[in-house]
Ligand binder design. Sequence first.
Ligand SMILES: [Ca+2]
Length: 187
Amino acid sequence: MAVLLQSLVVLSICAVLNAAACNNVEQTNNNCVADSWEQIFRSPSRSSILPLLRYKNKLYYMGVHFRANWYEALHFCESIHMKLLSIHSADENQIISKYVKAANKGTTEFWTGGTRLVDGTNFVWMPYGTRVEYTNWSGGQPSDVNEKCLQLWGSSDNLTWNDRDCNLGLFFICERCCESNTCPPGL
Ligand SMILES: [Ca+2]
């Protein structure tokens, strides 16, 4: 109820102010985030405490310090101004597989942003909403319409994909497309 009231108050304020004023505030905030997001994760010595892997036009961050269900992983990546992982090619799947193997965290089970929560059937990359086109499913997967989220797993050098219960706690990988003119649609 408190959240609802708060939302109503904000909406009322925006209704009273003219639309341009609200848009200006939003625009300014977005610019600040875009210009300084890496700074948030810099230590006093100015070295980044956010370890990132760079491959082509993307940065990747491996979330291995706590296990999260799929929803928490999606939210955490957003909170560090990144997105939950999307994979668009065999090359990218291979790079991610090497990244996971090199980290040697005792598991290869990681959440990606793939899910069929939207219509219950088709997998999309969230939060982009783009259809999953390149795939690398394990044999027999996807196996169950009740398993609505897409994880990496396997023991080979090239990790494969599995549909899994979204409520399961796993490590996860976030991404950020760092050259907007070369990003796939939606990134
Ligand atoms: Ca499955």
